[in-house]
Ligand binder design. Structure first.
Ligand code: ATP
Length: 366
C-alpha cells in the first residue's frame, strides 16, 4: 500500500497553473527525492503535502487517510526546513520539546524521546545552548531532531542542506541516510542537488515545468533516462547528447554522426523496431569512454579526435575532444590527463550496451 499518494493534483496561483494533473505515490519506508531545477514545482508539491498550501484540485492520501483538507498539525507529518526554523529564544532542549508541544505525551516519554534523538544526532552536549550559539551544521541537526522526536511515519525535508558548506553537506547526507536506514520513516525530500538525490533516495521523481519527467530508482534514472531532459540533468559532467541518423540493416543498427563517425547500436534494447533514416539523439556518458591505450574488445564505437582541453580536479579529470563543431566530454585518468596537450589526437572507444538513444523529434527514449 502506498504511504503517500498525490492523485490528480492541480495547483494554480491565480491564472498560472504550476501543477496540472500530477500523480505520484511512494511506498512505506521509501526515501523519495523530488529533484529538479529551480522553479520546477517541487517545493509547491511538498508544501501541498505538508498542508502549507491548498490544492486547487485532486486528492492527497497518507496511508488510508484523505488529508487533502486537513490542518498541517493533523496530518501526522514532521518537516525539516531549509531555514531550520528554530526558536532563537529557546534552548536546543526547548526547541526539541516544542516539537511535541501539541502532543499529549507524558513528561517521561517526552524526556525519553529527546534523549534518544539527541544521542542519535550527537547533540547531547548542546542541549542547553540557544540556536545563536550553534554552527549551521549543529542547527540543522537540531532541526532534524525536532522532526525525529515526533516519531512521525512521514518526514518531509525542504532542501535541508543547501545552507551548509560542501564538507558538512557530505557529512549530513551520510547521517540522514543512516537515520533513514535505522528508523525507516517514509521520507519526501526536495532538492535540486543530484548528488543528494542519487546517494540518499530509494526513489527519485525528476521534475521539470511542473511535470514528473521520470519516477524510478536512482539506477533506473541514471542508467535508463526516460527522455532528453532527464539524460541531460542527471550526471556531471553531463551526458554527451549528439544528433545522429540510424541505418538499419538486418540485426545491425548504426547511428551515424555528421562527423562521419558512427556507433554500432546492434545490441541496444529498442522499445520498438528502429527504422533506417530515423533522426535520433545518442547519449554517451563521459565515464563510459575508454581511452584506447587499453583497447576494449569489439567496442560499439571508436573515435580518434583532437584534444581541445583537459580539466583536472585532483581526483578526477575530464578531457574535451573536438567532435565536429561540438565537444565530447570523456572522464579520464587524472595522471593521463596531466600529459595531454591541446591538439593531440586521442583515441577513445565506447563500450557496447552503454549508449542511450532518444528520438530527435519527441526527446523520448527509444
Ligand atoms: P526552488 O528550487 O527555486 O525552490 P521549486 O522547484 O521548489 O524551485 P516552486 O517553489 O515549487 O519551485 O515554484 C514553482 C513555480 O511556482 C515557480 O514558477 C514559482 O514562481 C511559482 N510560485 C510558487 N509559489 C507561488 C506563489 N505563492 N504565487 C505565485 N507563484 C508561485
Amino acid at each position: 500500500m502506498p504511504r503517500v499518494s498525490f492523485e490528480h493534483i492541480v495547483k494554480s496561483f491565480g491564472a498560472i497553473t504550476i501543477l496540472n494533473d500530477l500523480n505520484l505515490s511512494v511506498d512505506d519506508g521509501d526515501f523519495l527525492v523530488l529533484l529538479g531545477p529551480s522553479g520546477c514545482g517541487k517545493t509547491t508539491l511538498l508544501n501541498l503535502l505538508a498542508g502549507l498550501l491548498e490544492v486547487s484540485d485532486g486528492r492527497i492520501m497518507i496511508g488510508e487517510r484523505d488529508v487533502t483538507d486537513l490542518d498541517p498539525r493533523d496530518r501526522g507529518l514532521a518537516m525539516v526546513f531549509q531555514s531550520y526554523a528554530l526558536y532563537p529564544t529557546k534552548t536546543v532542549y526547548g526547541n526539541l520539546k516544542f516539537g511535541l508541544a501539541a502532543s499529549k505525551l507524558d513528561r517521561a516519554e517526552i524526556e525519553r524521546r529527546i534523549t534518544v534523538a539527541a544521542k542519535l544526532l550527537q547533540i547531547e552536549p548542546l542541549l542547553n545552548r540557544k540556536p545563536g550559539q550553534l554552527s549551521g551544521g549543529q542547527r540543522q541537526r537540531v532541526a532534524i531532531g525536532r522532526a525525529l522526536v515526533k516519531q512521525a511515519g512521514v518526514v518531509l525535508f525542504d532542501e535541508p542542506l543547501s545552507n551548509l558548506d560542501a564538507k558538512l553537506r557530505t557529512e549530513m547526507r551520510l547521517e540522514i541516510k543512516k537515520l533513514h536506514d535505522t528508523l525507516k520513516p517514509t521520507v519526501v525530500y526536495v532538492t535540486h542537488d543530484q548528488i543528494e538525490a542519487m546517494t540518499m533516495a530509494t526513489r527519485i521523481a525528476v521534475m521539470d515545468g511542473g511535470v514528473i519527467q521520470q519516477f524510478g530508482t536512482p539506477d533506473e534514472i541514471y542508467g535508463r533516462p526516460a527522455n532528453l531532459f532527464v539524460a541531460g540533468f542527471i550526471g556531471a559532467p553531463a551526458m554527451n547528447l549528439r544528433k545522429a541518423r540510424l541505418t538499419v540493416n538486418g540485426g545491425s543498427v548504426q547511428a551515424g554522426f555528421d562527423t562521419g563517425d558512427a556507433i554500432d547500436l546492434g545490441d541496444y534494447a529498442f522499445s520498438k523496431k528502429p527504422e533506417s533514416g530515423a533522426e535520433v539523439v545518442v547519449g554517451l556518458r563521459p565515464e563510459h569512454f575508454v581511452v584506447a591505450e587499453q583497447p576494449i574488445f569489439n567496442p560499439a564505437a571508436s573515435f580518434e579526435l583532437p584534444l581541445r582541453q583537459a580539466e583536472r580536479t585532483g581526483s578526477d579529470a575530464t578531457a574535451y575532444l573536438g567532435f565536429g563543431e561540438e565537444l565530447l566530454a570523456l572522464r579520464v585518468d587524472p595522471d593521463r590527463a596531466a600529459g595531454f596537450r591541446p591538439g593531440q589526437p586521442v583515441r577513445a572507444e565506447f563500450p557496447r550496451g552503454k549508449a542511450n538513444v532518444f528520438s530527435a523529434e519527441t526527446g523520448l527514449r527509444l
